[in-house]
Design a protein around this ligand. Sequence first.
Ligand code: GUN
Length: 304
Amino acid sequence: MTAQLIDGKLIAQQVREQVTAEVAKRVAAGKPRPGLATVLVGDRVDSATYVAAKQKACEELGMVSYHHPLPAEITQLELERVIRDLNEDELVNGILVQLPLPAHLDEERILSLISIEKDVDGFSPINIGRLAQKGREPLFVPCTPYGCIYLLERAGVKIEGANAVVLGRSNIVGMPAALLLIGKNATVTVCHSRTKNLPEVVRQADILIAAIGRAEMVRGDWIKPGAAVIDVGINGVPLLNPDGSPLISEKTGKPRQKLVGDVNFEEAKEVAGFITPVPGGVGPMTIAMLMRNTLRAAEIQQDR
Ligand code: GUN
């Protein structure tokens, strides 16, 4: 292996410790504990798992979590009422609406309603607009891209002047990651499903952020030697028996899975200069940065 492993689990733990200490200091000074409202619409298992992890992190770091599980059939007006009430609630410093929302709901309108001072996901059009503009700063940076940049900086990777390639243009990861890299003076190429000659484009990257959601799509020979590879993908692939049939769990009776990223780790680690593992890379950083943003929201609202 030539690449240096970027240990997201360890770095996330350090961020969480900093936030915990800061929260304790505020509470000792008589300030209220920062509060995060999580809004989960419907019963998607993946979303429920992510939200549960966010609630747990809040409590571990000394913050308060206010959970709002809502039925998949909720109307647009009813959900808008929930958001307006949370905007008014002084105990709530941050509001997180887990995405995706069911198709009948207008996600853009819901995200626009969140008070900009409570937008700890950084998805409101005002925050994203500020992120995109020169000389302006968002109040909050979206958590997963923020985690990616934090990992690069902690690893000592030079962003300024680097050729950065972002695979994927989602509102949650790819697009804000590209905007952040531009803001740090990288030369950025954003690739997506219609990009031609993808391996060739990726081979130019000093920094690669892979957020396309396709298991192990990026092969070792796509990587420029010495590049920094940040793998945002979390893809479940079935585990197989030696005869190629699916391996079934004795406990649950369901097919067993392992998690892999968007990058073929075994191949890429022989070529890259730095690489994040899956799991244990970007994943833990998303929640750590959400906790940081929630602390910042409390500071903005309570310290003026
Ligand atoms: N769905 C997938 N990632 C995220 C995230 O970071 N925030 C929210 N709110 N929903 C998501």
